[in-house]
Design a protein around this ligand. Structure first.
Ligand code: FES
Ligand SMILES: [Fe+2]
Length: 401
């Protein structure tokens, strides 16, 4: 039966963990709160070590908490991260997304810095500052950086954060044995979508939407083992989904995958969601990494990386690239469908229509179509935010008093 205005806004008849208020996707004040309490507190992937293989190679990164960053490899081959901000009068230091810089010179007044963040030159320093201020007082702001879990470069702008290892805990257990070898990024693209970052992470946290993916229905959903996959939630909001064998040859025009992955059964598939917006997706021959970087409450940059083994022969690499592009490339079978889903959600929510609730109510014993993965995410989100995802402004709580 259709719903009138009052019925449409009625609180869903589910437990409070099974739905959220749509304002968590649209409101500016909630987004600013997320930057402070989530993005500036959590470990975030900035790039992969293979993107900066040589001394002085750098990559700029737009951190979702706000500060623009430079990830740079030093002469000692150590990877460090700094604010991409000049300590003189706050100018941007590096503009290119990628490059090599033995010396970073600010274009504004020509102060220079090295790859370890030290100031090495202040133009007419003595004349202007005499002995009151010098290079020793003007280093770049360093950001905690760790390499791990497949050679990714993780950053945390909170100096007092836990270690990366503590943050991840046991969540990467299902991939541990598959990420021992050096990896290499062979594909990078980004998409900018008018939607909220959490809606993208949701698509990686629930598989009920395989109904949208013809390919997944044929190669996965109708194959044995699909409904046996289980979600496992871990502390800090991370979750994994168990492996199954994908039957690629069930799809016309496709074929069984020839190049495998160390330790992974043929056709194997492991997916791990890392809070608040990163997903490892290892499928047979390719590791895909998504990084969700919000640019605002309803604007999202998603970085997509495809990785193979560093030791790949040219033939193996070519096959991985083919496998990757067929499913996950910008013109592949699946990715644009996911983007359409979250684009549609963003479109519907953008105007702050009175669409009030999003339902996460499926319970199927935490198997693949259970929406427990999302519930696990929003429990952590609520904990960190000090707001309930179903009642972000405390209105229901106030009425209940
Ligand atoms: S702002 Fe960079 S040198 Fe002045
Ligand atoms: Fe999908």
């Amino acid at each position: 039966m259709s719903r009138n205005a009052v019925e449409w806004k009625q609180t869903p008849s589910f437990p409070e963990s099974h739905y959220v208020d749509t304002r968590i996707y649209t409101e500016e004040d909630i987004f600013l709160d997320e930057q402070r309490k989530i993005f500036n507190k959590c470990w975030i992937i900035a790039c992969h070590e293979s993107e900066i293989p040589n001394a002085y190679d750098y990559r700029t990164f737009s951190h979702p908490g706000g500060p623009p960053l430079i990830v740079i490899r030093g002469e000692d081959m150590q990877v460090r991260t700094f604010y991409n901000i000049c300590p003189h009068r706050g100018n941007t230091l590096l503009y290119e997304p990628v490059g090599n810089a033995k010396r970073i010179t600010c274009i504004f007044h020509a102060w220079s810095f090295n790859a370890t963040g030290d100031c090495i030159d202040i133009s007419r320093g003595k004349e202007g500052y005499q002995d009151r201020f010098g290079c020793k007082d003007a280093g770049l702001r360093e950001v905690k950086t760790e390499l791990g879990f497949g050679g990714f470069v993780w950053v945390n702008v909170d100096d007092d954060s836990c270690t990366l290892k503590e943050y991840i805990g046991e969540a990467m257990g299902m991939l541990d044995e598959h990420l021992n070898e050096p990896l290499e990024v062979f594909h990078y693209h980004k998409a900018i979508v008018n939607t909220n970052y959490k809606l993208w992470h949701d698509t990686n946290s629930e598989f009920y939407h395989d109904y949208m993916h013809y390919f997944n229905r044929i190669t996965g959903m109708i194959q044995p083992g699909y409904f046996d996959r289980k979600y496992t939630g871990y502390p800090n909001g991370h979750a994994s989904v168990g492996s199954m064998a994908i039957k690629y040859d069930a799809y016309e025009g496709s074929k069984a995958r020839g190049v495998g992955w160390p330790g992974l059964a043929p056709g194997g598939w492991v997916l791990i969601d890392i809070f608040p917006g990163m997903t490892y997706n290892l499928r047979t021959s390719v590791l895909r990494m998504d990084t969700a970087i919000p640019l605002g409450p309803n604007k999202l940059l998603i970085e997509f990386r495809g990785l193979g083994l560093k030791r790949d022969t040219p033939e193996e690499r070519a096959e991985r690239i083919r496998d990757h592009n067929m499913i996950w490339g910008p013109f592949g079978r699946n990715l644009h469908e996911d983007l359409l889903g979250v684009h549609g959600q963003g479109l519907a929510m953008r105007e702050r229509t009175d669409s009030k609730w999003v339902i996460h109510g499926r319970e199927e014993n935490m198997t693949i179509h259970d929406e427990g993965g999302m519930r696990h995410f929003y429990a952590e989100w609520s904990r960190r935010m000090g707001r309930k995802a179903y009642d972000p402004y405390g209105e229901q709580a106030a009425v209940a008093k």
